[in-house]
Design a protein around this ligand. Structure first.
Ligand SMILES: NC(=O)c1ccc[n+]([C@@H]2O[C@H](COP(=O)([O-])OP(=O)(O)OC[C@H]3O[C@@H](n4cnc5c(N)ncnc54)[C@H](O)[C@@H]3O)[C@@H](O)[C@H]2O)c1
Length: 293
């Protein structure tokens, strides 16, 4: 048994939010994209249009599909605009306090049967569910970055998530043309439990002077056939998000092997968050990325 989903709310219009809005609108859902920042909303819509236009140029979608998808996306700074959504996906910053506050506010305006999901990369679904008025209708729907290109979505049930919510989320992901991997509710789930310690270790390798940025990325691209080097990938994910995930792993599993590298902490403290701020392990302000170490 599944619930019929027609209208999807997306809270947070950063790199993940704009990607989720993009794929949902293309799959025929009406979308309301929300953010606290009007500038972020404006740039998210421009990004979605740019990415759809690129798909038209590559002939993976038609011009008509691009136009219809864009027409299906409304944007709003107030959560009230999500009142008639059947499914809401929260994808604001990876901070538990922020997410809890959002759930508290959005549940007050949603209809009782609406499903609430989080795109959190690492935080306990059971704990986030407990901050809502509907733990049985709460689930983790964890997309990969960049959303339009990546095939996988992790589904994570909290302890109270009911079968109808799980089956509805599974059907929704299938409508987006993506594959599901089911993860138990443990810190950072499957993909990031494996990926982030590798990235953190690459940052330790840099911190300890084993290699510079260029050598570490080249080593993993050419020596392990990774499509991106780990430091390039960290910049792509966002160093604030990487640090938050490592903190969740460190605190949640209480194992020193997950200690966030002090160099990662320093970059985040500097506001060097990677591509989104134009500086991280690479400097993106010129014609081509220049390593910062
Ligand atoms: N970056 C990745 O590779 C990746 C992959 C999978 C999941 N995620 C998860 O997705 C979420 C978003 O990550 P991102 O990379 O898109 O971050 P981002 O920094 O690009 O975007 C976050 C957005 O949330 C908005 N925001 C902050 N507080 C808000 C609030 N109270 N209400 C509404 N919007 C608010 C910000 O203005 C910003 O536009 C995080 O939970 C992250 O862990 C990230």
């Amino acid at each position: 048994m599944t619930v019929a989903i027609k209208k999807v709310g997306v809270i947070g219009s950063g790199q993940m939010g704009n990607g989720i809005a993009h794929v949902a609108a293309l799959a025929g859902f009406d979308v309301v994209l929300n953010d606290v920042s009007a500038d972020r909303l404006k740039s998210a819509l421009a990004t979605i249009n740019g990415n759809l236009t690129r798909q038209v140029a590559k002939k993976t979608i038609s011009e008509d599909e691009r136009k219809k998808a864009l027409d299906r996306i409304a944007s709003a700074e107030a959560l009230d605009a999500l009142a008639d959504c059947d499914l809401v996906i929260e994808t604001a910053i990876e901070k538990e306090e922020t997410k809890r506050k959002i759930f508290h506010e959005v549940c007050a305006v949603l209809k009782p049967e609406a499903i609430v999901a989080t795109n959190s990369s690492s935080i306990s679904i059971t704990r986030l569910a407990a901050s809502t008025d509907r733990p049985e209708k709460f689930i983790g729907i964890h997309f990969m970055n960049p959303v339009p290109a990546m095939e996988l979505v992790e589904l994570i049930r909290g302890i109270a998530t009911d079968d109808m919510t799980f089956d509805t989320a599974k059907a929704f992901v299938a409508r987006l043309g993506k594959q599901v991997a089911v993860s138990e509710d443990f810190p950072a789930f499957i993909v990031n439990r494996i990926l982030l310690p590798m990235i953190n270790e690459a940052i330790y390798t840099l911190y300890e002077g084993v290699g510079n940025v260029e050598a570490i990325d080249a080593a993993m691209k050419l020596g392990a056939h990774h499509p991106m080097g780990p430091l390039e990938l960290a910049d792509f994910i966002g160093l604030d998000t990487c640090l938050s995930i490592m903190q969740v792993l460190h605190e949640g599993l209480a194992d020193s092997k997950y200690r966030p590298c002090p160099l990662l902490v320093k970059y985040v403290e500097a506001g060097w968050l990677g591509r989104k701020t134009q500086r991280g392990f690479y400097d993106y302000r010129g014609d081509r990325p220049i390593p910062t170490r």
